[in-house]
Structure formats: C-alpha cells, structure tokens
Design a protein around this ligand. Sequence first.
Ligand code: PMT
Length: 215
Amino acid sequence: MTILITAGPTREAIDPVRFISNKSSGKMGYAIAQSAAEQGHRVILVSGPTDLDVPDRVDFIPVESSVEMFAAVEHQIAKVDIAIFTAAVADYRPASVPDQKIKKSGETMTLELVRNPDILGSARNQFSYQGVLVGFAAETENLEKNAREKLERKGCDLIVANDVSRKDIGFDANDNEVLLVFPDHTDHPHKDSKQHLAHLILEEAITLTSVSNPN
Ligand code: PMT
C-alpha cells in the first residue's frame, strides 16, 4: 500500500529571519512513517522542520509553511491508499512578509494574520480523495466531542485525539495517550510509547482500507 503522512510543525514567516511555529517535534508522525516502512509499505512523508532522522525507505518531502505542505499533499494524495495527518499546521500566517528584517520602532507592534488552507479539510472536497483518511485532533478540553465533530466535518474515517494540555503526552513527548474516534465507536488504548501507538494506528488504518474497499 502507499501511505501519505504529514508530520512536524509548520513555520509561517514574519520576515526573512523570524517565524510563527509550534512545539511539534515530529515524533508521532515519524513513528508512523517508520512503522509503515518497516512493514514494506511505500511511505511518503511530508514534514515540516524537525530534528529527527528521516526513517529508512521513506520518500521524504520537506516543507516549511502550511501553504507548502498543502501543495505537497495536493500533489501526492491521489496516488495513496491511506493518508494520515499528524502535522501541527498553523491555522494562520502573517498577511504580508517583507523582504527585509523588520526594524523595531514603537512600543507595540501588531501583526495581521490570515487563514491558512485547511489541508485535512480539503482532502475530500478539493482533492477528491477517496482513500482512508485519518486526522489527528489536538484538544485541551472536550476531547471526544471535539474530535467527533472534526471526524464528521472533515470526512475522516478515524480521528486520533490527544490532550495537548498534558506535559507527559502530545507535543514533544515520547509517549502519547489517544482516543481513537471512529464514526460508530470510540476506543481508548492505554498510554504508551509513540512507537507502539504508531503501530496500532497503522493497523487500524489498514483495517479500514478493507472496510472501505472489500475487494
Ligand atoms: O509532533 P509531536 O511532538 O510528536 O506531537 C504530536 C502532535 C501533538 C502534534 C500530534 O499528536 C497531533 O495532535 N497532531 C495534530 C495537531 C493539530 O494541528 O491538530 P488540530 O486539531 O489543530 O488539527 C486537526 C487536524 O487537521 C490534524 O490532523 C491536522 O494535521 C490537520 N490540519 C490542521 C490545520 C490545517 N490548516 N491543516 C490541516 O491539515
């Protein structure tokens, strides 16, 4: 099977030397990519900047901004059986980016932000993707309710929800604890390493391919 995975943070430029980003390390997405490659699947990993080594036997597409990630996914997604979106994509970017470094002037500074494209939300409608679609949900409250709304709104087959208010899991942690939110039920596996959960999430996604395409 061919599996597309987005991972890591995006960087949204403010000027040539500054950017807006987040605490995603890429560990969750890279663990899924590694697990899939070890099982012999073709893996396309679209990743924002991280400090991680790229897993062996993975087609690696490095990107910086969410607009670049959107373009890479749009280009690749038609050829994949499973798409798993673990990346922490910035929802907004600076409205304009000057060519020169911004000089300090007044006591305050206002940055105008504009909406970024919703890559996961574009999969079904804009990209007409028909394979298995797995999104993540980074929540700080009402985990299952918010994840289920995302599942329905974005046409996903599975949402992997994690509580990112906790320091021991989620962003930049080695472990994670997730809810697996399917259209008709929710599973709650125990807290585990991202490697073990990666294997589990991949197994669930592969099972979903036979449900959506039984022949
Ligand atoms: O990288 P790590 O340090 O290992 O941390 C893992 C993680 C916490 C980043 C990961 O487990 C996680 O929760 N990833 C999703 C982060 C996120 O941006 O969640 P969200 O609820 O804001 O977005 C929902 C979904 O839409 C996600 O699948 C996201 O990739 C996708 N999205 C969001 C915005 C956007 N513009 N385009 C998108 O595709």
